[in-house]
Design a binder for this molecule. Sequence first.
Ligand code: PLP
Length: 409
Amino acid sequence: MSSNPDLDRLIPRAGTGSVKWEYREGAVGHGSTLVPAEDPDVIPMWVADMDFPCPEVVIEAIRRRAGHPIFGYSVGPPSYREAFCDWMAARHGFRPDPDGVVPTEGIVPDLGLLVRTFVEPGQGVVLHPPVYFPFFGAVRNNGGRMLLCPLRREDGPGNASANPYRLDLERFEKLAAEPETRMTFLCTPQNPVGRVWTPEELTAFAGIAARHGLIVVADEIHGDLMLDGRKFTPWLSLDHPAGLRSVVCSAPSKTFNLAGLKSSCLVIPDGEMRATYRQARDRTGVYGVNPLSAAAAEAAWRGGGPWLDRVLAYVSENARTLQRFFRDHPELNVRTVPVEGTYLAWLDFRETGIEAGALEDFLLDQAKLRLESGAIFGDEGRGFARMNLACPWPLLTEALGRLEAALRG
Ligand SMILES: Cc1ncc(COP(=O)(O)O)c(C=O)c1O
């Protein structure tokens, strides 16, 4: 069933250089190991971008900017920062200070640079797996020491219909108290488990960070993707001392399906930290922003709200379809957790009898589905897979049918 015929149509992406549709990962990495995908029958539901057309206001803005025939060196104009801050105020009731906003070209490269800039070699960075896998590389490849603080699950009869993932605040406090611990990455809302952290959870987390002088890197790239009308709590809206030693990562890329445009921004409230980060960035030689991307981002933040509302209603319905499907077929032994935020479903195959190491091949060979293997998000993800729900519902229905047939077979 569909609430929006515009989003029901599958737009072929062949020939666009789409990582999701035209490639597969040769080995776990981030881009450099991609090889062409061979089997055109496989449904790709791995990479986190949407199979929906981006907002018309974005396309118009790119056309308008392209009407000017010079694409020389450009920076994000003040109106870019204002557009982001106005968007945050209108959408989430919290307006960051535009002076703290630093336009960048991708959160993943930012994460590595933040570690290189603020963490001495060998100092600790606390991660909370299962979590977006480039977090591991950002720490490991930039001299930091990974301190793992896995999420806990609060399963149980009283909690059967809720997302059971919780931050392990006790363990976090212990790791934060180690003298060489310097930073923590918080994915909010959480990719891949789909949790939207409550103000209480965030405040407790902030308290621990502040007590031990940790820099908090709050990755809010999925922050606008609240399902079923949930409310997002921006990290800096907590008005907590931890906010002063924080870096918030944001972008129009997940929200408006613009990931290929490489547009993102950091909010660094502390002036000294911001200057230190800017100097580190200068040393990399990275400079300015892509003018088409800046135009697209600004237009999205200014006029993309109604489009986003339609997409969120659609993805919420897809998430319900998925929940219903596995609830109606308990014999398939696939468990899910409610997706509170993001458009990513976290599927638990541990009771199916399929060995964790064989799950990816099973899904690919037997079901012709390419899902993101849960194991890349950390050991806690072994036996799980992540499915992208930002797709037309006929594609989702086809995928669920294939999964059912493969599991029964
Ligand atoms: C939590 C998180 N951070 C960052 C990114 C990617 O950011 P970018 O494309 O700006 O490098 C993703 C993409 O899936 C993500 O889930």
